[in-house]
Structure formats: structure tokens, C-alpha cells
Design a binder for this molecule. Structure first.
Ligand SMILES: N[C@@H](CCC[C@H](N)C(=O)O)C(=O)O
Length: 295
């Protein structure tokens, strides 16, 4: 007879840490010694809270020749993306705690990011230069990225910004009253963005405060978005809606502070939190279907 409770613990499964930055949550696997290259279905399984650990992304930390570590950021549909601000803070915190250093450098697909300790659970990341060249995204055709020729319902005059990944920010009134997913979904899949786009709805609350809700690729509302916060601040500055000093970007569970210099380079500072540690469920193709059959 099998012992039903013992089956829950996969002693052989790969260790992970679950962390979040303002409820943007991640499953983090240290693959610096033991290579880990999950396929699309496994990524979806691990990130699905109903059958796996649950997360907005799976993060794989690898060795790097040029930095303290390389961070692979895997969206729930398996796409590796160039940047994720909240994920970078979480992984930076793990590396800072591990080494006792005050600064580490993380290589992502898009950039080398210097990260510094700001407090016990507070990390700053130099996010690099925010760009607005239409070819960077890529966009389907040449357009004015500071005033996109795009209108979906009340969303118009968006600003397209590249922060290692593509964002479009729309400024709105009374953000809490809006159904962000319903409004943002057609933007995310608009043919202007052949590789889709992360959509941010921002409300200016004052000269140094923005409220933001992100609807991220591949179509999820997240608790927060660090790169989206950088994009929103730069877009608001370029539109003349706020000044040039540090801006507090409020995203439900809390806030990050974004400072953008005259050249458009951003520094993001915000909190990290550890949820729990464990071992990944052993994954095999077809496992989901078999589980479904039993229910
Ligand atoms: N889903 C995104 C990347 C995630 C951004 C993240 N939440 C952040 O904090 O910056 C993509 O597809 O690029």
C-alpha cells in the first residue's frame, strides 16, 4: 500500500525558493551548478498554482562569465524575456545574502544590471537606459513612440518604452475604477506589437506619485511591475506630467521608487520578500493529463 501523505514530498525534486516583489511572484531555481532547462509545458506546470508552486515567472539562475550570475526570466508561456525589475531585485537579494556583499551584477538577456543593498530587504537596480526607438521592440512599422497611433476604447496616446522588454503606458483617470485586463488585452495583442507588449495603466497622483497597474505578456494581471514602473515614470516625464526627481510608483501592495536621469537611465528601488522554500514537483510530460483523469 502506498502512503498517500509521503507522496506530497518530492525529496528528489529540484530545490526552489518562492519570492515576491510587491506580489509579483516568482519560482526561483539555482542552476549554477546543476543545469536546468525546463521546456514550455514544465514552465507552465511549475507556475500554475493549481498543480505546481505558482508564479508569474520561473527564474533560472545560471553561472555567468561576466557577472555574479546570469538570470533567465521565463514567462508562463515559456518565452524568455529580456527584463523583469521585481525578479532582478529578488535574485539580487539572494546573491547579496549569500555573499554578504553590498553590490552584485546580474546578467539578463537584455543587459548587465548592477544591484545594491539598500536595507535588510530593500534593493536598488540600475535598470539601464529607457529607449523609445520603434526598431527596439520591434514595432510592426515606424510610428511616433511617444504618441502611438493606437486607440482601444479609452486607451489612447500611449507611450512605447523599451526597458530591456517592451512596454506601452497609457495615462488614465481613476485607475481603481477600471477593468484593466479587459481594457489592456486588445493592446497586448495589437498587430503593432508582433512580439506582444506589456501594458501599463498609470494615474498621476501628484508631481512625485504615480499609481500603476500592469497587464503583462502573455496576458496576466500582476501585483506589480518594476520595468513597467520605469516605463511609466519616463513616459510621464516626456509628456511633461511630472518633474525630474524621484517618483514613488504605487502598485497595490506597496511602491517602488524610480529615479530617471536626464539621459533616460533609471534606478529602481524596492522591497523583496521570501515566501517559502521547497522542492519542485517531479515533472513528466503527460503528468497533468493523468492527474486530471483521476479527478
Ligand atoms: N512579462 C514581462 C516581464 C515581466 C516584468 C516584471 N513583472 C517586472 O517587474 O519588471 C515580459 O513579457 O516582458
Amino acid at each position: 500500500m502506498t502512503e498517500p501523505w509521503s507522496g506530497i514530498f518530492c525529496a528528489e525534486g529540484r530545490p526552489f525558493v518562492k519570492m515576491h516583489g510587491l506580489r509579483n511572484h516568482f519560482v526561483i531555481v539555482d542552476a549554477r551548478r546543476d543545469h536546468y532547462a525546463p521546456g514550455k509545458a514544465e514552465i507552465a506546470h511549475v507556475c500554475d498554482v493549481r498543480v505546481g508552486v505558482g508564479g508569474d515567472q520561473l527564474l533560472v539562475v545560471e553561472p555567468s562569465d561576466a557577472a555574479d550570475a546570469r538570470l533567465r526570466i521565463l514567462n508562463i508561456d515559456g518565452r524568455e524575456v529580456g527584463a523583469c525589475g521585481n525578479a532582478t531585485r529578488c535574485v539580487a537579494w539572494l546573491l547579496l545574502e549569500e555573499t554578504g556583499a553590498d553590490a552584485v551584477t546580474i546578467e539578463t538577456r537584455a543587459a548587465m544590471l548592477r544591484c545594491t543593498r539598500q536595507g535588510p530587504r530593500e534593493v536598488s537596480v540600475e535598470m539601464g537606459r529607457i529607449e523609445h526607438d520603434w526598431r527596439k521592440f520591434p514595432l510592426a512599422r515606424e510610428v511616433d513612440t511617444l504618441d502611438l497611433p493606437l486607440a482601444h476604447g479609452p486607451l489612447a496616446h500611449g507611450v512605447a518604452s523599451w526597458v530591456g522588454n517592451p512596454h506601452v503606458t497609457f495615462f488614465v483617470q481613476d485607475l481603481p475604477a477600471l477593468d484593466v485586463a479587459a481594457l489592456a488585452r486588445p493592446v497586448l495583442t495589437d498587430p503593432l506589437f508582433p512580439e506582444q507588449v506589456n501594458v501599463g495603466l498609470g494615474e498621476i497622483l501628484g508631481p512625485t506619485r504615480i499609481r500603476l497597474q500592469a497587464y503583462e505578456r502573455p496576458g496576466i494581471l500582476t501585483g506589480a511591475c518594476g520595468t513597467g514602473a520605469c516605463a511609466a515614470v519616463r513616459a510621464a516625464q516626456l509628456r511633461g506630467l511630472i518633474g525630474s526627481g524621484p517618483v514613488r510608483v504605487e502598485m497595490g501592495a506597496g511602491a517602488v521608487t524610480i529615479e530617471v536621469d536626464a539621459q533616460g537611465s533609471a534606478v529602481m528601488t524596492g522591497p523583496v520578500a521570501t515566501c517559502f522554500r521547497g522542492r519542485l514537483p517531479l515533472y513528466a510530460e503527460g503528468r497533468d493529463e493523468r492527474a486530471d483523469d483521476r479527478n
